[in-house]
Ligand binder design. Structure first.
Ligand code: NAD
Ligand code: IPM
Ligand code: MN
Length: 388
């Protein structure tokens, strides 16, 4: 069998041989499909032009797959997620009001199940304000300028997974909805170590965010983070309540380097922080789990945004979150920091010339998801000649 036919037979796409890296691509739902297709085109450029050896396998996952097949993901694909070098993901969700999926099914078999099975405890969400976008940020330029922070969100604990949970019918006919915010020591210590280690590679400052004035789980969080700090004398640590943090993020975002927080607060604060950049469509993320082999963690790359049913299928979605998630993969999985910087530069250069609708600037053309990516690839061609 030729390489091409064996790749077809296995559903894999061989970009170049030999192939030490294996990636599963899960475009998912809505604009997840649109932006992931563009990130894959950019990855194909890196495979061909910068010699990254990678085998891509495209699989279905999400609400649309569920409506078509009765399953979010094929069980054999689910099992293989644990073995590959990385997963490139788009978005999960969809038009739930028009096409409902029972909440317990979504929770048991959807994105949260994948995060839990892959042990993806650390979700890394960088928020960088580009000078190029200062005009379209809703924050004043002097507030957003030079913001370079990262939200470290604990991803497989807290209220997302705590028991008891559910909706019950009470004797008086009322219904009662319950969720449980719960953290144990090892879960806090694991994500705290991750945040301190990351801070050591940046400006050395961690802000731990909790609600310890009200919640016992928050009080424990703060105590454990403080205790762990003793092992990291080179790192500055401070603490904020989450409500105060939300305000500071939008008034004095420059003060932050690494924000360490729980699952729910991290979800909310990172979407809020996206306003600093100008659009939710700008934010990438990487989630890391246990070590696959020494120094290499199980990894899952996805934009922060969701399936955006309001714009899905129109070709207007901003692909930057997905493309910058690929940049995180170039660094985090392929160990190619230079290529990651090259891609970030190409995105910045493209934003100086064209925009998707969410970042519209009267001085620049508004282009489609695909046309924007064409320009990113052109910028890569140009920069590749000048950067190594
Ligand atoms: P969303 O992130 O999909 O969209 C919020 C708003 O931001 C919408 O107005 C959307 O048009 C806009 N937006 C998002 N990404 C954009 C992009 N790349 N370019 C331009 N505009 C963009 O959040 P939502 O509407 O609250 O949720 C929709 C569905 O997505 C739900 O089912 C939700 O559960 C799911 N969701 C999934 C993920 C994920 O897969 N990680 C993340 C968030 C939401
Ligand atoms: C995210 C999303 C998810 C979350 C949903 C889709 C379960 O909002 O990745 O930010 O809440 O974690
Ligand atoms: Mn979210």
């Amino acid at each position: 069998m030729t390489a091409a036919t064996s790749a077809q037979a296995t559903g894999a796409q061989r970009l170049s041989a030999p192939s030490p890296y294996t990636l599963i691509v899960l475009p998912g739902d809505g604009i997840g499909k649109e932006v992931t297709a563009e990130a894959v085109r950019v990855l194909e450029w890196f495979a061909t032009r910068r010699g990254i050896d990678v085998n891509l396998r495209h699989e279905r996952f999400g609400a649309e797959a569920y409506h078509a097949t009765g399953h979010f993901i094929k069980e054999e694909v689910f099992a293989d997620l644990l073995d590959v070098d990385a997963v490139l993901f788009g978005a999960f969700g969809g038009t739930l009001e028009a096409n409902p999926i029972p909440a317990d099914i979504r929770r048991k078999f959807g994105l949260l199940r994948i995060r839990q099975a892959m042990g993806l405890f650390a979700n890394v969400r960088p928020v960088k304000a580009l000078a190029t976008l200062s005009k379209v940020s809703p924050l004043q330029p002097h507030v957003s300028a030079d913001v370079d922070l990262v939200v470290i969100r604990e991803l497989i604990g807290g209220i997302y997974f705590g028991e008891p949970r559910g909706i019950t019918l009470l004797e008086n006919g009322e219904r009662r909805g319950v969720n449980t915010q719960v953290y144990t020591t090892h879960e806090i210590v694991r994500i705290t170590d991750f945040a301190f280690a990351l801070a050591a590679t940046r400006r050395g400052h961690v802000t731990s965010v909790d609600k310890s004035n009200v919640m016992e789980s928050g009080a424990l969080w703060r105590e454990e983070v403080k205790a762990r700090h003793a092992l990291y004398p080179g790192i500055a640590l401070d603490h904020l309540y989450v409500d105060a943090c939300a305000a500071e993020l939008l008034t004095r975002p420059k003060k932050f380097d690494v924000i360490l927080t729980d699952n729910l607060f991290g979800d909310i604060l990172s979407d809020a922080a996206s306003a600093i950049t100008g659009s939710l469509g700008m934010l990438p993320s990487a989630s890391f789990g246990a070590e696959l082999r020494p120094g290499v963690r199980r990894a899952f790359y996805e934009p922060v945004h969701g399936s955006a049913p309001d714009i899905a299928g129109k070709g207007v979605a901003n692909p930057c979150g997905a493309i910058l998630s690929l940049a995180m993969a170039l660094e985090g999985t392929f160990n190619r920091p230079d290529d990651a910087r090259l891609l970030e530069k190409a995105v910045d250069a493209t934003l100086q010339r064209a925009r998707t609708r969410d970042l519209a600037d009267p001085a620049l053309p508004v282009v489609s998801t695909q046309a924007f990516t064409d320009q990113v690839i052109q910028a890569l061609e140009v920069l590749d000649g000048s950067v190594d």
